[in-house]
Ligand binder design. Structure first.
Ligand code: HEC
Ligand code: HEC
Ligand code: HEC
Length: 400
């Protein structure tokens, strides 16, 4: 309870910095735009004339008067090319993710940057722009409304879900919030990752996504055999937690005390799975799409490690033993992932998923656009029902 109140205090502190605070706090949804925010360029890394890292702070961290509220920049880093480190800027950005810990951390796509001589100048410019906007659109609400109810609700949901993840011992197989076993894909990433509703549906009834992962299956926590068996409300708490709060920053020490090394879920469930394996069923890919893929060399290169329905299957694989058990079938990955996550992940896998085995591919911008266009097309064909992904579900049976 104490930590909830403490968190509330941190969040109320945020009000001073961010006008549309209600959105930041209780909505904390990706894609929310913030105009004319005064920020401090805390860290900038440049390699070969390319800005590869930018961290912004809400205040000069050297003053240490506030907790550290930091935002990393993904798209738009290059806009900071001419801005020296440790200077004040006025920026427009859209928030992509946010997590509240000691202070908050998040990341954003930045759309515009104005360099100011100092903080005061930035604040003056901010006021001018704000009143100019008000004059242009008189009726518009600029101050966010804020309810402390939303706040404690969000903090409580987070604490509850964290408890559920611990009780369900997901870390026996997965990395969650930066720690846990690596028998299964990592559940630590930045940003909203999944299509609406996907995570809930998958947790309720999991199926095979990774054709080369032939030793273990995701477990159905809604099963009466599961201990604990997660109820629908609990399932959406867990889904919400993963979707919004899974983050690479190691959580506070007390969460680390979870003794996941002793769980032993994997050996036992691997044995059970070997007794009753579930074959991967590739989805049929229609001819026009196969043809299109043959034309796109950038997309072809993915098939070196990934399957895509029956275009590239594990059984059709002629290379050395399939080396990438965590690589999902790209068709099923495109069904589950948001397009923006997909494309940003392909551009910089380690940024979005720390520790990932997917390498950065160093394509040209044009090739990345080509991959994006292809992915968009595949998602459209799925929505139109012209490509139908196959879900093969695993159901354990009560043993005698
Ligand atoms: C016994 C090991 C095991 C445990 C315990 C486990 N999982 Fe999994 N999980 C897996 C495996 C294996 C996969 C990959 C399945 C595949 O791709 O075919 C997976 C996949 C997933 C995925 C899909 C990830 C993606 O994007 O492809 C989610 C989400 C997930 N698990 C959530 C959870 C949650 C939440 C818990 C705890 C409530 C949990 N898992 C506990 C083994 C486990
Ligand atoms: C000693 C072997 C063993 C170990 C260790 C083990 N399990 Fe299981 N688990 C089973 C068996 C057997 C079942 C099938 C249910 C039954 O027969 O009671 C099962 C079923 C489940 C189910 C329900 C799945 C379904 O589809 O019905 C979940 C969830 C689960 N286990 C989670 C875990 C987690 C998490 C761990 C690690 C903390 C774990 N198990 C460790 C043997 C084990
Ligand atoms: C050298 C092998 C390799 C190549 C080439 C490759 N990938 Fe991957 N990819 C992986 C592996 C391994 C993973 C699993 C990463 C993990 O979970 O740690 C992965 C994961 C992904 C994911 C994340 C899916 C998820 O469920 O979170 C996407 C999206 C993806 N790859 C897209 C692509 C695309 C598109 C291409 C081609 C442009 C490509 N990959 C080329 C190895 C590769």
């Amino acid at each position: 309870m104490k930590s909830v109140r403490w968190m509330a205090a941190v969040l109320i502190l945020l009000l001073g910095f961010v006008g549309q605070s209600s959105a930041l706090v209780s909505e904390a949804r990706p894609g929310i735009g913030y105009d004319d925010q005064v920020m401090f360029l805390d860290k900038k890394i440049v390699e070969a004339d390319t800005v590869i890292w930018v961290t912004l702070a809400y205040s000069d961290p050297r003053d240490a008067r506030d907790c550290r509220n930091l935002i990393d920049v993904f798209n738009g880093r290059q806009l900071f090319a001419e801005v020296p480190e440790k200077s004040w800027v006025l920026i427009d950005f859209s928030l992509r993710s946010l997590v509240i810990q000691s202070g908050f951390a998040g990341d954003a796509d930045v759309e515009s940057v104005t360099l100011c001589p100092d903080e005061k100048a930035c604040r003056t410019l901010q006021k001018q722009r704000l009143s100019a906007r008000k004059a242009a659109k008189p009726g518009e609400k600029t101050e966010g409304s804020f309810s402390s109810n939303d706040l404690s609700d969000a903090a409580q949901r987070m604490a509850l879900a964290r408890g559920l993840v611990k009780a369900a011992r997901c870390r026996g197989c997965h990395v969650v919030e930066g720690f846990g076993a690596t028998h299964a894909p990592s559940l630590t990433w930045r940003r909203a990752k999944y299509q609406d509703g996907w995570l809930n549906a998958y947790l309720a009834e999991p199926y095979r996504l990774r054709p080369a992962l032939t030793t273990l299956m995701m477990l159905r926590y809604t099963s009466a055999l599961a201990q604990p068996s997660l109820q629908p409300g609990e399932l959406s708490l867990v889904a919400d937690f993963l979707e919004r709060l899974a983050w690479f920053t190691p959580p506070a020490g007390r969460f680390r005390l979870e003794p996941w090394e002793t769980y032993q879920c994997q050996p036992c469930h691997a044995r059970l799975y070997a007794e009753r394996p579930l074959v991967f069923v590739p989805a049929p890919v229609p001819l026009p799409l196969r043809k299109k893929m043959e034309e796109l060399l950038s997309v072809q290169s993915c098939l070196a490690c990934h399957t895509f329905g029956d275009v590239q299957t594990v059984t059709a694989w002629s290379g050395p033993p399939y080396p990438y058990p965590m690589a999902p079938d790209l068709l099923l990955a495109l069904e589950k992932l948001r397009l923006d996550y997909f494309i940003d992940y392909v551009r910089d896998p380690k940024y979005l998923q720390p520790g990932t085995a997917m390498p950065q591919l160093h394509f040209t911008d044009l090739q990345y656009k080509e991959i994006e266009g292809w992915a968009q097309r595949v998602q459209l064909l799925m929505r139109q029902g012209k490509v139908q992904p196959v879900h093969n579900y695993y159901h354990m049976q009560k043993r005698p």
